[in-house]
Design a protein around this ligand. Structure first.
Ligand SMILES: Nc1nc2c(ncn2[C@@H]2O[C@H](COP(=O)(O)OP(=O)(O)OP(=O)(O)O)[C@@H](O)[C@H]2O)c(=O)[nH]1
Ligand SMILES: [Mg+2]
Length: 885
C-alpha cells in the first residue's frame, strides 16, 4: 500500500491545522470557495470527506459505499452511489475559511456542475489514478478555462494499481496543459518546470534560483501554473499536502465593495422552504434587508431576506450576515434564479452545456397537466436547463434532458416531491433555425385606435453567436422609449423560425425604423408589430435548419477503427486522425446528435463491449438533411396563428389583415434595406452569369498562365477521351491560405514564430493532398495590407498560389474568382466560418470551414503516409504498381 495515512497520524496533522480559538483570528482569515470536479466515480466525494476529516471537521470518516458520506446526502444519491446535486461543506485552514463544493461527475449532471463554476475561487480537479484523464475531464478542463478558474490537480486512488506517476504526468501535460507540474518532489527539475510556465517565474529562477511561494500563488491564480498532487482520498494519503497547497496557493475571494452576489442554485430544505444559494462577491448580505432584483421574466421585485444559513452537509448555522467570499442560503426570496447577479453583480452568460433532446411528460390518467404544471415548475426553478414548458399544440408538458440517468432521476424526484408516477416519451431532437441572407422584416399593427410600425434588419451571424439586437433608428424618428420597448420585445421572446417552428439563432436584429402615433399607440401595439416584423422577415429570408451536434470521443480496438470511421462518415461526422490511447485507438470530432444517439449500443456490440464513447453537446451546425426533416415535421408558418407574419392595417375606420408578402405595398415607412444597398452590387453579380467554356479558359489562362493538360490525365482518372464540344466539370478547391494556417494546429504553432515557414509548409501539405485527391487547388494569400504589392500568381508543384495585390483582399479575390468559374467547375471554397456564413458566394458552390478542411487534409495525409509505409515495406507492391502504370 502506498504511504497509507491512518487516522492515528492524522491527529498530529490536526495540530498543524488548529481551529483558531479566538473569534479575532477568524476575522483575519480570507474566504475561499473551492470546487471539487472530476468525471464520474473519480473519487471526488471521497476526497472531500477526507479533506473535511483531515481539517478536523469530521470526527468519523463516512463512505459513499456505506451510504453514510457527509456530502452524498440525498436518498437518490445514496441509492445510486453517485452525486447528483452539488453540495457544500465548510472547513478551516491556517489562513482561510474554505467553503468546499462537491459537484456531480456524471455527464448528465454536467449543467449542475457548470452552474458552480462562476462562483469558484479555485478548483481541485480530481483525476482517478486508475482511469487517468477521461474525455469528460477534458470537457471540465475547457469549462474551467472558459470561466477562468485556477486549478490544482489531485490524482487519487493511488492505493490501487494503475499507471506510474510519470506516465500520469505525461498524460496530464499532453491532454490538459503543458503547465501541469508535479508538486510532490521539489528538485531542480521542478524549478525548471515552474519557470517554464511563466516569464516572471523564469526571471526569478534565473536570478536567484528560487521561485517564492507568493509568485507561485500568482501563477496559479493567473492559470499559468497547475500544481499536481498524488494520493488517495480513501486512505487519506496526500490529502494533507493538498490542504496545505490550497492554503498556500488558492486565490482568495475578493470583495467588490458594494453589495454583490451571484446566485448559483435554488433549493428546497426538508420543510419545503425555497432557498437561494449564492456567493457574496462584495459587501455583505444582512438578514431583513429588502433586496431589489428582477426575476427571470424581468419583473422588478423587492423582498426581504428572512434568514441566512451557512450550510455544511445537511447541517447549517444561521447568521445575521454573510460576507464577501461566503456561500450562503438566503430564505424569503421567491423569484431568484441560477446565474442571476444580485446587487452590483451582473447576470451570468448562458451556460455552455444545454440539453438537446426534448421529451413529453406522460402523466397518469386523470391528472390534468395544466394543473400540475405550476407544481412541476419547482423543479424547473432548481434546474432551469430542464426548460419545463407548456406545449400549446399537444396540450402537454415538455422538458429537456441530457440523458438516461437524468431522466430516471427526474422521474424519481417527481415521485418524491409530488407522489406522481410520471413517464417520458421517446424524445426528439431540438432543432434551431437561422438565415442565410439579410432581409428587412416589417410589422404593422393598426386596428382601430391602435398604431405601430416596425422595420427590422435581420442579418445572418456566425454559428454560435445567438441573437443580438441593436438599433440604428434615429431618436428624431422614433422616441427613445418606444425604441427601448421594441428592443425589449425582441429579447423577451424566443422567436420561432418559419421552416419548422424551431427557435431562431445566430441572427443580428437591428431596429432600422419605426413609427408611433401621438394619440393611438399603446405599449402592446409595438409588441404586436415587432413580433410580426420578425416573422415577416423570416418568411422572406432563406432559412437554414440547424441541428445539434455532439463533440464525441470514441475509443475502439485498433482492428475496428475502419468500421468506426465508416460509421462516422455515414453519420456526416467529422474526425481527427486517430490517436493512440493505450490498448485502444481514439477518434475525436463532431457528429449530429440524431445519428450519435443510439450509437453506444451499436459500438458495444461490434467491439464486444470494449469500445467507449463520450459525448458532449457542442452547439449547432447546418443540417445536411434539411429538406427531409422540414417535410417530416410538416410545420406550416401561415397556420401558426400565434406567430403570424401578417400585418394589420386600417382603412375607413376598420382594421384589416394584410398577408406578409403584401406588407411592402401597404407599409407607411420606406424600406430601409433598399437605401442601404450600393448600386454597384447587383451589377457585379450579373457579370458572372453568362460565361462559356472558352471565356472560362481565358480567365484561367489570365489568372494562372497557360493551361497544360497532363497527357496521362484521362488514363489516371479513368475517363473517356475528351470530347472538345462537351464542357467537362473539374473540381476546384479555392483555399484561404492564412485562414487555414490558423485553423491547422501544426501550422498555427509554426506561424507564431515564422509565418513564411508556415506558408511554405502549407504549400507542401496541400500539394501532397492534391497529388492524392487529384483536385485542382488555388491557394490564396491576402496581400491587401502590403502597400505597393503588385500581387503574384505562381504555380508551385501541382497547385496555384496567388498573392492578392494591394487593394484587393483575399476574400474579395475568392469571391471574384468563384463567381467567374463557379458555373462551369465544381468549386469548393475553404475559408473561415464567418465568411462562409456571410459571403455572397453564388449558390451551388460548396463551402468548407478551414477547421473542417484541416481535419480532412490531415486524414488524407495520414492515408498517404500509410501507403508510403506499405510500399516501403513491400518493394514488390511498388513494382506491381509501376507495372500497371
Ligand atoms: N481504493 C480507492 N477507492 C476509492 C478512492 N476514492 C474513491 N474510491 C471509490 O471510488 C468510488 C467512487 O467514489 P466517489 O467518491 O463516490 O466518486 P465521485 O467522484 O464523488 O463520484 P460522482 O460524484 O458520482 O461523480 C467509491 O466506490 C469509492 O469508495 C481511493 O482513493 N481509493
Ligand atoms: Mg460524488
Amino acid at each position: 500500500m502506498r504511504g497509507g495515512g491512518t487516522p492515528q497520524n492524522l491527529q498530529y496533522r490536526l495540530i498543524i491545522f488548529p481551529v483558531p480559538a479566538k473569534i479575532d483570528d477568524m476575522s483575519e482569515k480570507r474566504n475561499t470557495v473551492i470546487g471539487i470536479l472530476a468525471h464520474v466515480d473519480a473519487g471526488k466525494t471521497t476526497l472531500a470527506e477526507g479533506m473535511l476529516y483531515c481539517a478536523g471537521k469530521l470526527k468519523k470518516l463516512g463512505r459513499v459505499d456505506h451510504r453514510d458520506s457527509f456530502l452524498d446526502t440525498h436518498s437518490l444519491e445514496r441509492q445510486r452511489g453517485i452525486t447528483i446535486f452539488s453540495k457544500q461543506a465548510r472547513l478551516e485552514l491556517p489562513t482561510r475559511r474554505v467553503t468546499l463544493l462537491d459537484t456531480p461527475g456524471h455527464a448528465d449532471f454536467a449543467a449542475e456542475t457548470e452552474r458552480t463554476l462562476r462562483i469558484l475561487d479555485c478548483a481541485v480537479l480530481v483525476i482517478s489514478g486508475t482511469d487517468g484523464v477521461q474525455a469528460h475531464t477534458e470537457t471540465l478542463w475547457r469549462l474551467l478555462d472558459r470561466y477562468g478558474v485556477p486549478v490544482i490537480l489531485f490524482v487519487t486512488k493511488r492505493d490501487l494499481p494503475g499507471p506510474t506517476r510519470a506516465e500520469l504526468m505525461e498524460q496530464l501535460r499532453r491532454r490538459l496543459s503543458d503547465n501541469c507540474v508535479d508538486f510532490t518532489d521539489r528538485d531542480e527539475d521542478w524549478t525548471e518546470r515552474v519557470a517554464l510556465c511563466s516569464e516572471e517565474a523564469m526571471e526569478q529562477a534565473l536570478g536567484c534560483g528560487e521561485i517564492p511561494d507568493a509568485l507561485q500563488a500568482d501563477c496559479v491564480s493567473r492559470r499559468e501554473l497547475f500544481p499536481c498532487f498524488f494520493g488517495s482520498g480513501l486512505k487519506l494519503d496526500g490529502v494533507e499536502a493538498l490542504l496545505d497547497a490550497l492554503d498556500r496557493y488558492a486565490p482568495a475571494s475578493e470583495d467588490a465593495g458594494g453589495f454583490a452576489a451571484r446566485v448559483f442554485k435554488i433549493e428546497r430544505d426538508a420543510q419545503g422552504n425555497r432557498m437561494t444559494l449564492m456567493k457574496i462577491t462584495g459587501g455583505a448580505l444582512k438578514v431583513r434587508t429588502a433586496l431589489r432584483y428582477r426575476d427571470e421574466q424581468g419583473t422588478e421585485r423587492e423582498e426581504k431576506v428572512t434568514q441566512i444559513r451557512l450550510y455544511s452537509g445537511l447541517k447549517y448555522d444561521t447568521t445575521e450576515q454573510a460576507a464577501a467570499g461566503q456561500i450562503c442560503a438566503a430564505l424569503g426570496l421567491s423569484g431568484t434564479w441560477p446565474g442571476q447577479g444580485l446587487g452590483e453583480a451582473a447576470d451570468g452568460a448562458a451556460p455552455e452545456l444545454e440539453p438537446v433532446l426534448s421529451y413529453r411528460l406522460l402523466l397518469p390518467e386523470g391528472l390534468d397537466p395544466m394543473a400540475f404544471l405550476p407544481k412541476l415548475q419547482q423543479l424547473g426553478e432548481e434546474d432551469p436547463q430542464l426548460h419545463i414548458a407548456w406545449n400549446e399544440r399537444t396540450k402537454g408538458i415538455d422538458l429537456r434532458l441530457m440523458g438516461k440517468i437524468q431522466a430516471e432521476v427526474f422521474r424519481s424526484l417527481v415521485k418524491e416531491r409530488f407522489d406522481v408516477e410520471a413517464g417520458l416519451d421517446k424524445g426528439r431532437i431540438l432543432y434551431r433555425e437561422t438565415i442565410e441572407n439579410t432581409v428587412e422584416g416589417v410589422g404593422h399593427y393598426e386596428p382601430l385606435r391602435h398604431y405601430a410600425e416596425v422595420h427590422l434588419l435581420l442579418e445572418p451571424m456566425p454559428l454560435g453567436s445567438g441573437i443580438t439586437v441593436d438599433s440604428v433608428c434615429s431618436e428624431d424618428d422614433l422616441d427613445r422609449n418606444w425604441q427601448r420597448l421594441i428592443l425589449t420585445h425582441l429579447m423577451e421572446k424566443q422567436h420561432l423560425g418559419v421552416l419548422t417552428g424551431s427557435p431562431v439563432t445566430d441572427i443580428r436584429i437591428t431596429l432600422a425604423a419605426g413609427r408611433a402615433h401621438l394619440k393611438h399607440t399603446e405599449g402592446g401595439d409595438f409588441r404586436q408589430a415587432t413580433y410580426r416584423a420578425v416573422r415577416q422577415g423570416l418568411m422572406q429570408a432563406k432559412s437554414v435548419l440547424l441541428e445539434p451536434v455532439y463533440a464525441y470521443t470514441l475509443e475502439v480496438p485498433a482492428e475496428q477503427i475502419g468500421r468506426a470511421i465508416s460509421d462516422l462518415r455515414a453519420m456526416n461526422g467529422s474526425f481527427d486522425s486517430p490517436e493512440d490511447g493505450g490498448e485502444l485507438l481514439r477518434l475525436r470530432g463532431e457528429a449530429p446528435v440524431s445519428a450519435m444517439n443510439g450509437y453506444l449500443e451499436e459500438l458495444l456490440s461490434y467491439t464486444r463491449g470494449r469500445g467507449r464513447l463520450s459525448l458532449r453537446p457542442a452547439g449547432y451546425r447546418p443540417c445536411p438533411e434539411q429538406e427531409r426533416i422540414v417535410e417530416e415535421l410538416g410545420y406550416r408558418p401561415e397556420a401558426d396563428l400565434d406567430n403570424s407574419p401578417d400585418s394589420v392595417f386600417c382603412a375607413h375606420g376598420a382594421g384589416f389583415a394584410v398577408p406578409w408578402d403584401k406588407v411592402p405595398e401597404y407599409m407607411h415607412l420606406d424600406s430601409c434595406l433598399k437605401k442601404r444597398e450600393t448600386p454597384a452590387e447587383p451589377e457585379q453579380r450579373r457579370r458572372s452569369l453568362n460565361i462559356d467554356e472558352r471565356e472560362l479558359e481565358a480567365i484561367m489562362e489570365r489568372e494562372f498562365g497557360p493551361i497544360r493538360r497532363p497527357r496521362y490525365s484521362s488514363a489516371v482518372r479513368n475517363e473517356a477521351p475528351e470530347d472538345p464540344a462537351a464542357p467537362r466539370r473539374r473540381e476546384y478547391l479555392i483555399v484561404d491560405g492564412y485562414n487555414l494556417i490558423f485553423a491547422w494546429d501544426e501550422l498555427k504553432k509554426l506561424a507564431e514564430d515564422r509565418l513564411d515557414l508556415a506558408r511554405a509548409r502549407l504549400v507542401d501539405l496541400l500539394s501532397s493532398y492534391c497529388g492524392y485527391t487529384k483536385s485542382e487547388l488555388v491557394l490564396v494569400f491576402d496581400g491587401f495590407r502590403t502597400p505597393g504589392n503588385p500581387g503574384s500568381r505562381t504555380k508551385v508543384h501541382n497547385i496555384h498560389v496567388v498573392y492578392t495585390g494591394d487593394g484587393e483582399t483575399g476574400d474579395a479575390y475568392i469571391e471574384r474568382i468563384v463567381d467567374e468559374i463557379g458555373r462551369n467547375y465544381d468549386v469548393r471554397v475553404v475559408t473561415s466560418d464567418n465568411l462562409i456564413r456571410l459571403s455572397a458566394l453564388r449558390s451551388g458552390v460548396l463551402r468548407t470551414s478551414s477547421r473542417e478542411f484541416a481535419l480532412e487534409a490531415e486524414w488524407v495525409l495520414g492515408q498517404i503516409e500509410e501507403i508510403l509505409k506499405k510500399s516501403n515495406q513491400n518493394a514488390h507492391t511498388t513494382k506491381l504498381r509501376d507495372g500497371k502504370a
